[in-house]
Design a protein around this ligand. Structure first.
Ligand code: GUN
Length: 295
């Protein structure tokens, strides 16, 4: 059998960002509206700093306003909540993202709950999670949205009746991913650390999404012949004595490519789609807040 197709997430993300930039131009021309995204970073986690810098770059590149709020690690929860209140009432801000993880002294749930659900471009607010779970329109988390767009692109849009398995049950990826696939009429299994016979469960699925955070866990014999494999893993493996690290997925790519029909690589698969979907969500939020039909 031929080797699996390597899905080019970078290229698809670039296409999506171009589409978003076009929508931003149209919103400016037709409605005098420039979507704005506020990103809040507390502390100086190096990985988070890179993400936030990238978000800023891509937001301005798409023609949107970008508001960066970098706060010291000692910021109190009260100070952070006051900032969020201000962003909630700022008419130039349509999307609010508080970069996670937050320092230990801050209650993450309290912060996420303070964000106006209409501006919650991360889709983490319980109102948006509830809307997704009940099938109502709302803002949905960016990483699973990016995965869904990749899946639809590969399988031609209609996912009805497909067997899908999601490994991982986080609120950020696993649970919303499962809800989105269910909304597309897939038959969905959610697997996790307590699942028995995980390899056999996986081997029945036509769509496999791995979001567990365990490097190279998914092997060739876990994958049905011709299946689509989406790797959400972002595991940093230390490579040498100097502490250089390499980004590695949850899927053993070189092994799985022998059985799968198509696989997303890490890096260059799901990652670039996440930021592109954040921009897409910001346009959706800007339209929703201004009573304009989302493009
Ligand atoms: N940290 C890692 N991934 C994410 C994400 O998708 N959103 C936010 N806010 N923080 C993150």
């Amino acid at each position: 059998m031929a080797e699996a197709k390597r899905i080019d997430g970078k290229m698809l993300a670039e296409r999506l960002r171009d589409k978003v930039a076009e929508q931003v131009r149209a919103l400016k021309d037709l409605h005098g509206l420039t979507p704005g995204l506020a990103v809040v970073l507390v502390g100086n986690d190096p990985a988070s700093e890179i993400y936030v810098r990238n978000k800023h770059k891509m937001t301005t590149h798409a023609g949107m306003k970008s508001f960066e709020h970098k706060l010291p690690a000692e910021t109190t929860q009260k100070e952070l909540l006051t900032l969020i209140e201000g962003l909630n009432s700022d008419p130039d801000v349509h999307g609010i993202l508080v970069q996670l993880p937050l320092p230990d002294h801050i209650d993450e749930q309290a912060v996420l709950a303070a964000i106006d659900p209409a501006k919650d471009v991360d889709g983490f607010h319980v109102v948006n999670a509830g809307k997704l779970a009940t099938g109502a329109d709302g803002l949905v988390p960016c990483t699973p949205l990016g995965c869904l767009l990749l899946i639809k692109e590969q399988l031609g849009g209609d996912l009805s009746g497909k067997r899908a398995i999601v490994i991982g049950r986080s609120n950020i990826v696993g649970k919303p991913m499962a809800a989105m696939l269910l909304r597309e009429n897939c038959t969905v299994t959610i697997a996790h650390s307590r699942t028995q016979g995980l390899a056999e469960e996986c081997a029945r699925a036509e769509i496999l999404v791995a979001a567990v955070g365990r490097a190279k866990m998914v092997k060739e014999n876990w994958v049905k012949k011709g299946a689509l494999v989406i790797d959400v893993g972002m595991n940093r493996l230390t490579e040498d004595a100097d502490g250089n690290s390499k980004l590695t997925g949850d899927v053993d790519y070189d092994d799985v490519k022998k059985t799968a029909g198509a696989v997303t690589p890490v890096p260059g698969g799901v990652g670039p789609m996440t930021i592109a979907c954040l921009l897409k969500n910001t346009v959706t939020a800007a339209c929703g807040l201004n009573g304009i039909e989302a493009p």
